[in-house]
Design a protein around this ligand. Structure first.
Ligand SMILES: NC(=O)c1ccc[n+]([C@@H]2O[C@H](COP(=O)([O-])OP(=O)(O)OC[C@H]3O[C@@H](n4cnc5c(N)ncnc54)[C@H](O)[C@@H]3O)[C@@H](O)[C@H]2O)c1
Length: 292
């Protein structure tokens, strides 16, 4: 009895793996047009690849100074330069994407940036920039894309927030505030635009990208993060793309207004990055004191 149970659970597991392969390889987004912001590298690039692999036609948006064209070439992606802080430029970029995609039905607001320093040291410009890229950029793109998506019969929006939104962490409070705004926009828009458009957010924990490279170059910071994460490691961009793919596809057709946390358990009570960031801040303060 015991061994047959074991065999059964083994075969269920094998089936699940096979299923997962099918999900990843399914051309379930065939014929859909997708816009991904901040698509030149990191999570945005992985998402663009995943949506392309699932059959979507992808418009990749990023800043002029990024490696956008190089990133878009292997996908035959449409590359559109835009600074998401500029409302008129975002409007124009979304319009261009809509025309070139023929049908815009997916929007992934991923462009983002942050900094690490104590709240009282942030300048007005730094505060404005963090709010503009992470929150205003998301608002501008949603405002421009929603009428086009309604016209095309609907679709899905995924906004990239952060675990930092619901667990504001020392040193990145303007970023936390901006990302909390992104989640509020997501919850509200899901109500305003259901049933035609589904709107969800994702909240990654620590994921290896150019944005977090500094963390990975310092084992003293990385090791406690891994230790305080129940899955004992940080994330990979493909693990974020998996969830974005799900939220863009019909597999999530009854999911809207949600914030899906993808952090290996980092933000669970008793786990967490807070001590690590405090340690990083202390180290930076000591280095600053030494310089002055
Ligand atoms: N990496 C992580 O651990 C992590 C964790 C939580 C949330 N996030 C969020 O994931 C998203 C992607 O982050 P990433 O780690 O891939 O970062 P990244 O820095 O590697 O990539 C960000 C991309 O956004 C683009 N971008 C920045 N400012 C822009 C602007 N003004 N206009 C247009 N494009 C702009 C950049 O050029 C870049 O291509 C961000 O929203 C970030 O806040 C990342």
């Amino acid at each position: 009895m015991g061994s047959s149970k074991l065999r059964l659970s083994g075969s269920v597991r094998a089936d699940a793996c096979e299923q997962a392969e099918k999900v990843v390889d399914a051309k379930d987004l065939n014929g859909r047009g997708a816009v991904v912001t901040g698509a030149a590298r990191g999570i945005g690039l992985a998402v663009a690849h995943r949506l392309h692999r699932a059959g979507a036609k992808v418009a990749m948006l990023d800043r002029k100074e990024s490696d956008l064209h190089k990133a878009a070439a292997p996908l035959g992606g449409i590359a559109i330069e835009v600074d998401v802080r500029d409302s008129a430029a975002v409007e124009e970029a979304i319009q261009t994407a809509h025309e070139r995609l023929e049908r815009l039905s997916i929007l992934v607001n991923n462009a983002g940036m942050g900094m690490l320093q104590p709240l009282h040291e942030y300048t007005d410009k730094q505060w404005d920039d963090i709010l503009a890229v992470n929150l205003s950029g998301t608002f501008y793109a949603m405002r421009s894309a929603i009428p086009l998506m309604l016209e095309s019969g609907g679709g899905a929006i995924v906004n990239n927030a952060s675990v930092s939104a619901s667990s504001p962490t020392r040193g990145e409070l303007p970023y936390s505030a901006a990302k909390a705004g992104v989640i509020a926009l997501t919850h509200g828009a899901a109500q305003e635009y259901g049933p035609t458009i589904r709107v969800n957010a994702i909240s990654p924990g620590v994921v290896r990208t150019p944005m977090t490279e500094l963390l990975y170059s310092n084992a003293e910071i990385l090791e406690p993060v891994e230790r305080s994460t129940p899955l004992q490691r940080t994330g990979d961009v493909d693990e974020i793309a998996d969830v974005v793919h799900f939220l863009c596809s019909d597999a999530s057709r009854f999911v809207t207004g949600q914030n899906i946390v993808i952090d290996g358990g980092l933000s669970l009570p008793q786990a967490g990055i807070d001590e690590t960031l405090k340690w990083s801040l202390d180290m930076m303060a000591k280095a600053k004191a030494k310089r002055s």
